[in-house]
Design a protein. Structure first.
Length: 429
């Protein structure tokens, strides 16, 4: 009998657990990522080194295999391909088209909120830089500039000076697959996230986290703590709003995550963006350590058309710390990892970078060096453990003296004529 395969779009650190989970469930793994050095290359039975944004070509290359499911954790960019491949390969679970669109088009998500009568804020989206500059002049500074269809904090920048706006728009366009850029009013308040999973149009689980960032100008996520210290009425309201949005989008089963801001005076909730997929930046690991729920398994079983279990096994205060470098260069050594692992609060320490390898300044989520997961009996104990870990763990990076400003084009974009995307690697028995 031919083994069925699970097709995983993306081969980074947030997709890799899906490879291992697929294998644990008894399936072969097909990985797709345009980076030949992606972690998924060594973990897949068949690895396609190509863009994840070409579903027709991917389908043609795997058509001879039994593909039972298609997933792409932590990647908004690949969600349209997941939907199209699910249709082409006739897999059991078909994502909601509106939920996919809201995940990859921030302007459309704003329109959904407005249609529901939920709190919104001023914004403008266009592929015309002149139009964006004119419209942004009507917004109070500072504003936040983003690609409308990218994730991982790529091309995101807070702009407080109107003279800096053209450069920020240009950078955001470089990361936008469609060329669309959105300029939004900057919201003040507490930044939080919700990592949810729906089951038969009901909220099976939701982890509400306090989110920390680098602050302006990049506002890149640096960590999460769960549970967030929210007033009970605010959390009840949040759950209701999540169900309102998912109902409007036809998203009745599966993972969904939201970033939102809570006003510190009125407790009003304003959604910033959403993704109808497992969250990035280690969010499934956070849920596993906080509640004992394996959302990777649940997402795969849903994609396979099987029943899935979201029953919590425990309830622990948990913090996730994203490990980073403040400079480009070569990693010479990692110091203190054993001491951090020996801390009683340490649940898991993952380090993706290896000595001798290139590392990058943390200007986007893809430049992270690892994850640290801590569990404790109180938020105060978590803070103390985080401070001890910060003092112990050190990445010795030799700076790159020739570093130039990084403004690359959109990652995982469709290849141009003559591009070699047909590099395959296949494991032999």
């Amino acid at each position: 009998m031919t083994k069925s395969h699970i097709l995983v779009l993306g081969g980074g650190e947030d997709q890799l657990p899906a490879y291992h989970e697929a294998r644990r469930l008894g399936h072969g793994v097909i990985g797709v990522d345009q980076r030949p050095e992606a972690l998924g290359a060594a973990a897949a039975d068949l690895f396609l080194c190509m863009t994840t944004r070409d579903p027709q070509r991917i389908a043609a290359m795997v058509g001879h295999l039994d593909v039972a499911a298609v997933v792409s954790p932590a990647s908004d960019a690949a969600q349209e391909s997941v939907a199209e491949l699910s249709r082409l390969l006739k897999t059991p679970h078909q994502p909601s088209p509106d939920a996919v669109r809201a995940s990859v088009d921030k302007g459309y998500f704003h329109s959904v909120l407005a249609r529901l009568g939920l709190p919104t804020y001023r914004h403008v989206q266009s592929d015309d830089p002149a139009e964006l500059r004119r419209a942004a002049a009507e917004l109070p500074m500072p504003v936040i500039v983003k690609p409308s269809d990218s994730s991982g904090s790529k091309g995101v920048q807070v702009v407080a000076d109107p003279e800096a706006l053209p450069a920020a728009l240009d950078e955001a366009r470089r990361y936008s697959f469609s060329g669309q850029v959105i300029v939004e009013e900057m919201l003040l308040g507490r930044h939080l996230s919700a990592e949810a999973f729906l089951q038969s149009a009901r909220l099976g689980t939701v982890a509400v986290t306090e989110r920390t960032t680098t602050g302006a100008p990049r506002m890149i996520t640096t960590g999460h703590t769960v549970p967030a210290e929210l007033a009970p009425a605010t959390e009840i309201r949040l759950r209701s709003l999540i169900m309102d949005v998912c109902g409007e989008l036809g998203h009745v089963d599966g993972p969904v995550n939201f970033d939102f801001v809570v006003d510190e005076h009125t407790e009003e909730i304003r959604f910033i963006e959403m993704g109808a997929r497992l969250g990035g930046n280690g969010m499934p690991l956070l849920v596993k350590h906080a509640y004992g729920i394996n959302t990777y398994e649940a997402a795969l079983r849903l994609a396979l058309g099987e029943d899935f279990d979201l029953t919590p096994r425990h309830n622990k205060k948990t913090a996730l710390r994203i490990l980073t470098s403040d400079t480009d260069g070569v990693l010479r050594a990692v110091e203190g990892a054993d001491a951090v692992r020996a801390l009683p609060q340490t649940a898991e320490l993952q380090i993706f970078a290896s000595p001798g390898g290139k590392v990058h300044r943390y200007t986007q989520a893809g430049h992270k060096l690892g994850y640290l997961l801590l569990v404790a009996d109180s938020h105060a104990e978590l803070r103390e453990a985080r401070a001890r870990a910060d003092a112990l763990l050190r990445f010795d990076v030799e700076p790159d003296p020739d570093r130039a400003p990084e403004i690359p084009p959109a990652t995982d974009a469709a290849p141009g004529p003559g591009s070699d995307t047909r590099l395959l690697t296949e494991k032999t028995p």
